[in-house]
Design a binder for this molecule. Structure first.
Ligand code: AMP
Length: 416
C-alpha cells in the first residue's frame, strides 16, 4: 500500500472516497460540517502537490434511486468554500468521463450521490430476500457492481479512501474500486490513517492500566466489543442503560428501568468471564432514578438493585461516579463508547459529564484516550471537552467493528 504522505500527486488525478454524508436541515443547509472539515488535510495535500480531485460520497439512504433531497449538489458551495477553490458538480456519477478527462491540476469535481445507483451498495433492490430469484439477482448485482466500480476507477490515476464512516462496508466506492488500482496507486487518506492509528493504540499498543467505559442503552449492541475488550483491558466500566440488565440479572428490583430481559444470562456470563480473565468489572452500585422518562421528573438516588416500582434509573449515582473516576483517572489507555445516562436531558448528564472530566484529567496526565461511537462524541462536544481528549473518532459503526477486532473492508481493500 502506498502512503499518502510519501505520494507526489503532481499531474495526477485522484479519485477520493470522502464521507460527505453531512446532516442537512429541511432547506438543504448543512447543520454540521465536521465531515467536510475532516477531509480537508487529504484534499489539500493532493491539490497542493499539483494534483486534481474527483470527490465521491454517499448522502443519506436513497436506496438505489435518484432522490433530489439527497443530492450532493446541495453541498457543492460548502465544499468549494472549505477548499477555497471552485468545485464542479457532476449530476450523475456514471457520466463524469468527459469532465474527468479534461480535469486540470488544481481542479475539483464532485460526483452526485453514489447511492443513487444500487450498484454502490451492491444489494438487489425490489426483491425480497426470501424470493427464490434473490440469489440469482444478487450474483448479477455483484457483477454490475464490479463494472460500476471500474467505471469510477477509470476517471483517475490514483484511489484514496478517506471515508472512515463507511470503512466497514464493502461497497463499490469503499472497497471494490481498489481492485482497479495497483498497490502503488491506492492508499488511505489522512483521516483514515488517524482513525486506524487510534484503534491500533487501543487494540495493539496498550499502555497500562487500560480502562474501557462502555455505556449506552443496550448490552446487546455492545456485546462484540465487550467480548473483544475482555482480553485486553484491566478495568471495564459498564454503565448507562445496560446497568439495569445486569442489576436485574443479579436479582435486583429495577422498577421501570430499561432492560433487555432476554440478555440476563448474557449479563451473568459477562460477569463470570470478567472474573475468569482477571478483569476488574465496574458496575455502578447506585443511580439517579426518576418517576418518569422526562427531564423534569422527580428524582431520587438509590441502589441500582433497589429501584422503587414505577421509577427508572436514568443516570449514574454519586457512588458509581466515584467508582468510575477511581479507575479512569489513573489509566494510561482509555476507550469511551456510550453515555452513562440519558445525557440528552440536562438533569441526567452528571454521570457522562464526570466520566468525560475524568478522561480529560487522565489525558492531561499522559493517557491516550479515544472517544468514539455516536453518543459519547455528542457528549464530549456538548461538554466542550472534545479537544481535551486524545482522539475523537468520526466513525460510528466502523469504529465499533474495528474495536471488535474485525478487519474493515475499506482498509483491507487498499492494503491488498
Ligand atoms: P447507544 O446508541 O446504545 O450508545 O445508546 C445511547 C443512548 O442510550 C442515549 O440516547 C442515551 O439517552 C441512552 N441511555 C443511556 N442511559 C440510559 C438509561 N439509563 N435509560 C434509558 N436510556 C439510556
Amino acid at each position: 500500500m502506498a502512503k499518502i504522505e510519501d505520494f507526489n500527486f503532481n499531474g495526477k488525478k485522484a479519485i477520493v472516497r470522502v464521507d460527505f454524508n453531512v446532516p442537512l436541515d429541511e432547506n438543504g443547509n448543512i447543520t454540521d460540517d465536521t465531515r467536510i472539515r475532516g477531509a480537508l488535510p487529504t484534499l489539500k495535500k493532493i491539490l497542493n502537490d499539483g494534483g486534481s480531485l474527483i470527490l465521491m460520497s454517499h448522502l443519506g439512504k436513497p436506496k438505489g434511486k435518484v432522490h433530489p433531497k439527497l443530492s450532493l449538489g446541495q453541498i457543492t458551495d460548502a465544499v468549494a468554500n472549505a477548499l477555497g477553490t471552485d468545485v464542479k458538480f457532476i449530476d450523475d456519477c456514471m457520466k463524469a468521463d468527459e469532465a474527468a478527462a479534461n480535469l486540470k491540476p488544481g481542479e475539483v469535481l464532485l460526483l452526485e450521490n453514489l447511492r443513487f445507483y444500487p450498484e454502490e451498495e451492491g444489494k438487489p433492490v425490489g426483491i425480497d430476500k426470501n424470493d427464490p430469484s434473490y440469489e440469482e439477482a444478487k450474483k448479477a448485482m455483484k457483477e454490475s457492481q464490479k463494472k460500476f466500480a471500474a467505471h469510477l476507477a477509470s476517471y483517475a490515476d490514483v484511489y484514496v479512501n478517506d471515508a472512515f464512516g463507511t470503512a466497514h462496508r464493502k461497497h463499490a466506492s469503499t472497497a471494490v474500486i481498489a481492485d482497479s488500482f495497483d498497490k502503488d496507486h491506492k492508499m488511505l487518506g489522512m483521516l483514515m490513517e488517524k482513525e486506524v492509528k487510534a484503534v491500533d493504540n487501543i487494540l495493539n499498543n496498550i499502555k497500562r492500566p487500560f480502562t474501557a467505559i462502555m455505556g449506552g442503552s443496550k448490552v446487546s449492541t455492545k456485546i462484540g466489543i465487550i467480548e473483544n475488550l475482555m482480553d485486553k483491558v484491566d478495568n471495564l466500566i459498564l454503565c448507562g442503560g445496560m446497568t439495569y440488565t445486569f442489576a436485574k440479572a443479579m436479582g435486583g428490583n429495577i422498577g421501570n428501568s430499561i432492560c433487555e430481559d432476554d440478555k440476563l444470562d448474557l449479563a451473568l456470563d459477562i460477569m463470570k468471564k470478567a472474573k475468569e480473565k482477571g478483569v476488574n468489572l465496574v458496575l455502578g452500585e447506585d443511580c439517579v432514578a426518576a418517576d418518569s422518562f422526562s427531564n423534569d421528573a422527580k428524582t431520587t438516588v438509590c441502589k441500582v438493585t433497589e429501584i422503587p416500582d414505577g421509577w427508572q434509573g436514568l443516570d449514574a449515582g454519586p457512588e458509581s461516579i466515584g467508582a468510575f473516576a477511581d479507575v479512569i483517572v489513573p489509566a494510561k489507555t482509555i476507550l469511551w463508547n456510550g453515555p452513562a445516562g440519558v445525557f440528552e436531558f440536562e438533569n441526567f448528564t452528571a454521570g457522562s459529564r464526570e466520566i468525560a472530566e475524568a478522561i480529560v484529567e487522565a489525558t492531561a496526565n499522559g493517557a491516550f484516550s479515544l472517544v468514539g461511537g455516536g453518543d459519547s462524541v455528542a457528549c464530549v462536544n456538548k461538554f466542550g471537552l472534545a479537544d481535551k481528549v486524545s482522539y475523537v473518532s468520526t466513525g460510528g459503526g466502523a469504529l465499533l467493528e474495528a474495536i471488535e477486532g474485525k478487519v474493515l473492508p475499506g482498509v483491507a481493500a487498499v492494503n491488498d
